[in-house]
Design a protein around this ligand. Structure first.
Ligand code: CTP
Length: 153
């Protein structure tokens, strides 16, 4: 069976942001980070499990008329460290940047330890340092190593 041309898989956008090279299956977590729900009015295209020369399969999220905040890009970096953020203006790629996981995460992930002071009623934001072993809670020493996406605030 013949394949349609690749360019028809997902339309180009006029103005906005294309988040490309998302690991296959993670587009839905990216939408959650961006606070996109069924009530969102922005025009959105999502492609999941599309062929990628670099990664085999990847996801892509295109949002029209929106540029991302640093807090959003930092969260995306945690689940999609190879992602590129493309700013599109008048159909052209105006800017293309990789993402970088910050060394310290303040109020970005929820500590899995129910006894952690960041999970009490105190007005304390979670604080994690990013280490090779995982995300290290600076309050209770817990290491978050699995399901980081599920702990992103
Ligand atoms: N794109 C888009 N609308 C446009 C221009 C580009 O949706 N008007 C998308 C492309 O489909 C691609 C991404 O933005 O997913 C980046 O575009 P481009 O840099 O042209 O593609 P590549 O060279 O394949 O990017 P990379 O080198 O980052 O893989």
């Amino acid at each position: 069976m013949s394949e349609p041309p690749k360019s028809l898989q997902i339309s180009p956008i006029r103005n906005g942001t294309v988040i490309d090279h998302i690991p296959a299956g993670e587009a839905f977590n990216v939408l959650r980070i961006l606070g996109i729900t069924r009530a969102t009015k922005e025009t959105l295209s999502i492609a999941t499990n599309v062929a990628s020369a670099k990664a085999g399969r990847k996801d892509i999220v295109k949002i029209e008329n929106r540029e991302l905040k640093k807090e959003e890009v930092d969260r995306i970096a945690l689940i999609a460290p190879q992602a590129t953020i493309n700013i599109i203006r008048n159909y052209l790629v105006f800017d293309k940047k990789g993402v970088q996981i910050p060394k310290l995460l303040h109020g970005v992930v929820k500590c899995p330890n129910p006894g952690c002071i960041s999970n009490t009623n105190e007005p304390i934001q979670s604080r994690f340092e990013v280490t090779k072993k995982g995300l290290h809670c600076l309050y209770c020493d817990w290491y978050l190593t699995e399901d980081i996406a599920g702990h992103i605030i």
